[in-house]
Design a protein around this ligand. Structure first.
Ligand code: C2O
Ligand code: CU
Ligand code: CU
Length: 426
């Protein structure tokens, strides 16, 4: 990126490419390259401008998942980028340090476009995060981990067919991490920070290490947790992110894998065991500071601030009985208002829930306080079959009665089939 007149400018080119996923030539899509895209990085308070040039032969869009921004800049289905066209959204970064990501969001096409490889990280920095003794040398001890799974034809090309009776959508047996199959990472420091994003179509990952060892989770979708939490397993459904810090001994090898989970995600492939990334520690490691006991103080929204409760039932590729209609606004929220959204996985399918523009907090999962990994700022949350999650959020800053934001299931096939709705902030 370059900075011109105080504005950070990114040039992105959506293009066709070719990748090697171990079975010859795989035609893919990428951003400024063959597959996936560059990590974009900006500072809280900074103005950004992104020139998105579509050199693909068809329309797509680019959405900034997790970003608080004006609806017209969101890159959702109302901001398609035509073949050959350039779209230039701009906004001011107005949220805490976080690992966000970008991906297409053209209605009905999101699954295919993400699957072909249009995705990347959007890392936000701020002074608070920088004041903490955390690993932050990008590519050295601060590593993006973008997870996608693929089904490949014998000739190497992507099999985009979800398959018969696969209502959850496509799962593949080839896991590609940052574009590499069977990857390992040479680690030169005592601690490594992994910024993991589930950029798959369907599959939730139940992260753990092969030796059952614990790791520290320091951030979720919307930024740092109040304090590190130590876990041996962490579920990430499609669209969710986590930053984890892993401590290693000299010479040690440890494999990050996804194992069978019990989160009601078997239909989406959550029952599979898959190796994701091997960490290979050098025989001598540079020392890393101890993790701080406290990381930040997240603004907590109190239930009694909420002015209304909305309910959303996810069932049959629709929400509250309605499938996505680009011409219909499902509700209007008022800027400054705090709202509670109760979202139910009513049909027992493989659903999660994502809201644009805001980070929410999970108040309860089926009436119980959320587990610690859901205690942070979230924009996407898994919902087990028949379960209800109670979310609280506040709409701040931007209003635009004419341009909606989306809420939807982030299982991409469900989203494409219409398990999505639209709200405006007025
Ligand atoms: Cu990750 Cu509506 O998007
Ligand atoms: Cu989003
Ligand atoms: Cu769903």
């Amino acid at each position: 990126s370059t900075v011109v007149d105080g504005e950070r400018i990114f040039d992105l080119r959506l293009q066709e490419g070719v990748a090697d996923f171990g079975r010859g030539r795989t035609p893919t899509w990428g951003v400024n390259g063959d597959y996936l895209g560059p990590t974009l990085r900006a500072e809280r308070g900074e103005r950004v401008r992104i020139r998105v040039r579509n050199d693909l032969g068809e329309d797509t869009s680019l959405h900034w998942h997790g970003m608080h921004l004006p609806a017209a800049m969101d890159g959702g289905p109302h901001q398609p980028v035509g073949a050959g066209a350039t779209w230039t959204p701009h906004w001011r970064i107005d949220q805490t340090a976080a690992t966000l990501w970008y991906h297409p969001h053209l209605h009905g096409k999101t699954a295919a476009h993400v699957y072909r490889g249009l995705a990347g990280l959007f890392v936000l920095d701020d002074a608070k995060e920088r004041s903490l003794p955390l690993p932050r040398s990008y590519g050295v001890d601060d590593i993006p981990v973008i997870l996608q799974d693929k089904k490949l034809h014998d000739d190497g090309s992507l099999d985009e067919d979800a398959g018969l009776f696969r209502s959850a959508g496509l799962t593949g047996d080839t896991v590609v991490v940052n574009g590499t199959v069977g990857p390992y990472l040479d680690v030169s420091t005592e601690a490594v920070r992994l910024r993991v994003v589930n950029a798959s179509n369907t599959r939730p990952y139940s992260l753990r290490f092969d030796d059952g060892s614990s790791f520290a989770m320091i951030a979720s979708d919307g930024g740092l947790l109040d304090a590190p939490i130590f876990l041996t397993r962490l579920q990430l459904s499609v669209g969710e992110r986590a930053e984890i810090v892993v401590a290693l001994d000299p010479g040690e090898r440890r494999v990050l894998r996804s194992g069978p989970s019990d989160s009601g995600d078997r239909l989406a492939g959550g029952g599979d065991r898959l190796d994701l990334l091997e960490l290979r520690a050098a025989d001598e490691l540079r020392p890393a500071p101890a993790l701080p006991a406290a990381l930040t103080e997240q603004p907590a929204l109190a239930e009694d601030e909420a002015v209304r409760t909305r309910t959303f039932d996810l069932a049959g590729f629709s929400i509250n009985g309605r499938t996505m209609d680009l011409g219909r606004i499902d509700h209007a929220s008022t800027v400054g208002d705090t709202e509670i959204w109760e979202v139910t996985n009513a049909d027992g399918g493989s659903h999660n829930f994502h809201v644009h523009d805001v980070q929410f907090q999970v108040l309860a999962v089926d009436g119980e306080p959320p587990p610690p990994e859901l205690a942070g700022q979230k924009d996407t949350v898994w919902i087990r079959p028949k379960e209800t999650v109670r979310l609280i959020m506040r709409f701040e800053g931007y209003t635009s009665p004419g341009t909606p934001y989306m809420f939807h299931c982030h299982t991409l096939r469900h989203e494409d089939l219409g398990m999505m709705g639209q709200f405006v902030v007025v």
